[in-house]
Design a protein around this ligand. Sequence first.
Ligand code: HEM
Length: 420
Amino acid sequence: MARKVFNSPAYVKPCVVDVAHKLLGADNWVFLDGKAHVDFRKGLNGLFTRRALEIYLPGQEEVYNRYFKDFVQMTKDAGGKAVPFMPAFREIITAVSCRTFVGHYISDEAVKKIANDYYLITEALELVNFPIILPFTKTWYGKKAADMVLAEFAKCAAKSKARMAAGGEPDCIMDAWIAQMIHSKKWRDAQEKGVTIEGLEKPTHVLRDFTDYEISQTVFTFLFASQDATSSAATWLFQIMAQRPEVLDRVREENLQSRNGDIHAPVNMDQLESMTYTRAVVRELLRYRPPVLMVPYVVKKPFPISETYTVPKGAMVIPTTYLALRDPEVYERPDEFDPERYYTGDAEVKGAKNYLVFGTGPHYCLGQQYAQLNLVLMLGKASLLMDWKHHATPQSEEIKVFATIFPMDDCPLSFEDRKW
Ligand code: HEM
């Protein structure tokens, strides 16, 4: 039933709370529907290809190297005691997203500020909200935070345009997009003039030029879509790995081998993809603790959802990812975390239709490959550089919902440098 909703764009479209239009801009691409949405999305696909994702890896390694040192320091500062790490995971994910999306055009201070203020944006999206933004309410703080991020990203777009026009090499999503715009413009100009330029191939998708603000708005949607979900996944990943040292040891071994024994060696896409055990761990983690439990859609015209029921126009219909991911016919012992089902088992094939972690249909997650490989990179590096302990409390397995899901106790952890 959930798949049916996701796959029925003739009847439904994503339904966001009213304040989302105010935070992201009413003219944002994510609110487009039908052909306009499909066309815009096609223009973004090139930013998430395998080749593009490889360009972003060095920036991500840089962030992890820096923040993992901070993790160890946080424990030292707490005198070796456990610290609730959920806020630190939110920050590291913001930092890695900013580096991936806007490269070095943004200052470390701005990243820190975005990481702190992003909390306000998530908070502002609480389902209860007024149709107008009242000063000093959550939505007012959220809007201020969103405007700050949009302004920062617009400045980055201007800098990226200048660097790409001067022939710089792309190293972030914004660069990759702008480089494609420049390529498209050359192609369009040549077509108009009817000339052939040697070496100038037709772009896979011919783009128009986008303004700094439009670029900022679009990149903001990537941050918006990734921040809560990836922070949730990262938090559970570290908790669950600490609880299962035998799994973490296998991850560590695979990562060490892939780097030929050098714990500091950077990895490329081939290496990341070849780490099948670590990938199975991430895949299972997302099944076991799916960050996005529900995706609200709104019905555009009467929707015969079953033989006996037609959802009326205007109603909300909310597919959940959870039940398909706990289907005991597909996943034996569904409430157990078991990466073997993806490593040696047949969960990938058997559960091909069940894996709704990233949705399905025309709005399926644009960043799903990136999100998974990024978690593989994060876990692999962490396993080589650090040891960590989870200090379980009675609330560790209780789930709280803050846009996505988190352990109720915010994941108390302690870290130290790994002694080899
Ligand atoms: C573990 C992390 C993530 C999870 C679990 C997740 C999950 C989802 C889900 C369930 C949807 C709705 C799909 C649908 O309606 O069919 C979605 C949409 C989306 N996601 Fe993700 N996501 C993650 C990370 C990311 C990242 C890192 C990015 C960007 C870099 C991203 C970009 C998007 C975008 C742009 C959409 C909207 C697509 C559209 O409407 O066409 N996501 N994601």
